[in-house]
Design a protein around this ligand. Structure first.
Ligand code: ACM
Length: 634
């Protein structure tokens, strides 16, 4: 009997793990339209792959590599299919009529035709990969369908801070692969900050011989009590940068480099102290971290935060930065060059006689206008090279540079203000909006050390990047949306993956899909589980969702009948009622939990999810309450 039960259960999970049962065919981000038919396309080794345009060869290879892994057979690639052959056809004819980056997929019993060009065709292939169900008896049965798809926003970005912690090229490529699978087309590479300069600049070798190392890293959460005293270093050579840029371009991803100015510049100043207002002053000691004091000279920072020692707006600094940007521009074909501009304390500029004299000479009324002057100088230079700047929303203060694109991170107000001034805007707010992926994913004490703030994937999913405050004309300036990953508390590639997944899937959907197609229930209960199950088969970490059906902290009642659903196909839910922490030795959930709670009493249900590969969720705690006076019911 027990054996029979487990077979039935497995069959249930198997069906559940099938993209074909979902009305959106399991695709993230959800396409503009999916119309399923009643027929079936049978994918087996007799099917041919038609690719008659050399430009589509890479997408053809990508699809065939997936089919080989997934189905255990490779398709024969041909220029044209025979009359009786079933085929997957990569087609660019007529694609010029599709919206930018758009594609269509037509699935009939005879053919799967993916129509698109360049990024559009690549995205069509990504969708076909996602909708592919599991193999049974050496064939893969795919429902007939018509899919029509194109993006809502042209800029869809993910950021990665490699200054606070450094990640090797191999991982940066893996990150880019993840972005590409979800139709994210910009990788914002945060290359310089107070804790390390991470890009080789040939004219200024000390940026990496000195600026890329720090002599320790704060232990635990800021302000902490000590550093680990260990050297921490790393940077990308120019050859490695070229390799990453080319790797991204092959996946239709633009790499936006960020070189921070005028603040967050401690690493550059440690290498070249003359870039400071006060070259002879010791490194600023954060008032909250007096234990980190008594360091002599200029040092790359070992703690997190914002530091007063910023670039002096001297001709020498501008020359230095122009030379740096000459090399950066030669490495990155990106139309956008990010110049930072956030969190620049004005204290040193206030104290500096040079800065005060400069402000008088230029008739600037305060240090915000001095920052605006700084940014505008850099913008003029970068524009003269045919590129455009992006800056964080502080660049609004003291007057926006004429052609700047603004990244709105301190809420949405900066983005709204910039769009009202007819400037392009990329929405990337943290706070209550949830696009800061360094924030924690649940309130559980099991979450790893993080910067704080709560940003479950549901929060990012709920966000609409288009501010309601803007009229139709102003809305045209909102070119897209991005999530940021600051890495103060993210020391390893495994933790990057944990923090990004599955939140990046929510980002992808709000960046790509029409608002009218958003459906959190379908996303979280039907499609997301399929993607997590695939991740579970690769060597990729992720935040394991808690059981579906347990979103209330307190449930009031007497006779409880609790139905849970595993959030990842093939995972198991374990639970306790005795206040102990559930493990794989606790009760295994196999059927609805029936429990009666006596009047005036409560029971605490604790659960944990363990995936096939052994990844665990955080523990949930749900109070089943029958009028217990200690229970706060809000
Ligand atoms: C930022 O988070 N300081 C842009």
């Amino acid at each position: 009997m027990k054996k029979l039960l487990s077979i039935v259960l497995l069959a249930f999970l198997y069906v559940n793990a099938d993209a074909q049962s979902d009305s959106n065919m399991g695709i993230i981000p959800v396409p503009v339209s999916v119309k399923k038919g009643n027929g079936t396309f049978k994918l087996d080794k007799t099917v041919v792959l038609v690719s008659n345009d050399q430009k589509n060869a890479k997408s053809a290879d990508l699809l065939n590599a997936f089919i080989t892994r997934h189905g255990g057979f490779a398709l024969r690639t041909v220029k044209a299919a025979g009359a009786n052959e079933r085929a997957i056809i990569l087609n660019s004819e007529g694609a010029e009529k599709l919206p930018a980056e758009g594609y269509t997929i037509a699935i009939t019993p005879k053919n799967i035709t993916i129509t698109g060009k360049d990024a559009g065709l690549f995205y069509g292939v990504q969708s076909v990969i996602q909708l592919m169900p599991e193999k049974r008896n050496n064939e893969i049965l795919i429902s007939t369908a018509e899919i029509n798809d194109y993006p809502r926003f042209k800029y869809r970005g993910m950021h990665l801070d490699v200054s606070r912690h450094f990640f090797p090229v191999a991982f940066v490529k893996k990150y880019i692969d993840l972005l590409a699978q979800y139709k994210i087309n910009n990788f914002h590479w945060h290359l310089t900050d107070d804790q390390g300069w991470r890009i080789e600049i040939k004219k200024y070798p000390k940026l990496t011989t000195i600026g890329a190392s720090r002599n320790g890293t704060i232990i635990g959460h800021h302000p902490g009590v000590n550093t680990d005293g260990e050297e921490y270093k790393g940077f990308y050579t120019q050859n490695e940068v070229k390799e990453v840029v080319a790797y991204a371009a092959a996946r239709f991803i633009n790499v936006v480099p960020e070189i921070e100015l005028p603040g967050h510049a401690s690493a550059a100043i440690a290498a070249y102290p003359e870039l400071s207002c006060f070259p002879d002053r010791d490194t600023f000691v954060d008032a909250k971290t007096p234990w980190s004091g008594s360091r002599k000279g200029k040092q790359v920072q070992q703690t997190w935060g914002v530091f007063d020692d910023v670039f002096v707006p001297s001709e020498n600094t501008f020359k230095f930065l122009e030379n740096v940007f000459d090399e950066v521009i030669a490495l990155f074909p990106s139309k956008y060059i990010h110049v930072g501009g956030d969190e620049c304390p004005k204290e040193y500029w206030k104290q500096s006689e040079f800065c005060q004299n400069l402000m008088k000479k230029l008739n600037l009324k305060d240090e915000h206008e001095l920052q605006s002057y700084f940014i505008q100088r850099m913008e003029k230079y970068i524009n003269s090279k045919g590129r455009r700047i992006i800056g964080w929303d502080e660049i609004l203060e003291g007057g926006l540079a004429p052609d700047a694109t603004v990244m709105s991170w301190r809420g949405t107000q900066g983005g709204i203000a910039a769009a009202q001034q007819n400037h392009d805007v990329i929405m990337t707010p943290g706070g209550p909006v949830g696009l800061y992926f360094d924030h924690k994913q649940s309130n559980s004490a099991d979450e790893p050390t993080n910067i704080g703030g709560l940003a479950p994937y549901s929060l990012a999913y709920a966000y609409d990047p288009m501010p309601k405050e803007l009229n139709a004309d102003q809305q045209k300036y909102v070119i897209g949306v991005q999530a940021n990953l600051w890495t103060e508390y993210i020391q390893s590639t495994e933790k990057v993956e944990y923090m990004v997944l599955p939140r990046m899937y929510a980002l992808a959907e709000i960046a790509w899909s029409p608002v009218a197609r958003k459906d959190f229930k379908n996303f979280s209960e039907e499609r997301l589980p399929l993607h997590l199950a695939r991740l579970d088969q690769t060597n990729t970490n992720y935040w394991v969702p808690t059981p579906l059906g347990l979103d209330q902290k307190v449930i009031n009642g007497e006779d409880f009948n609790i139905t849970l659903k595993e959030p990842v196909p093939g995972s198991k839910i374990y639970y306790t009622f005795d206040l102990t922490r559930p493990s794989e030795l606790a009760e295994l959930y196999t059927k609805p939990i029936k429990i009666k709670v006596a009047k005036g009493q409560k029971q605490v249900l604790k659960t944990i999810v363990v995936t096939k590969s052994g990844k665990s969720s955080v523990v949930t705690e749900t109070i089943l309450n029958n009028g217990n006076p200690d229970v706060k019911t809000k």
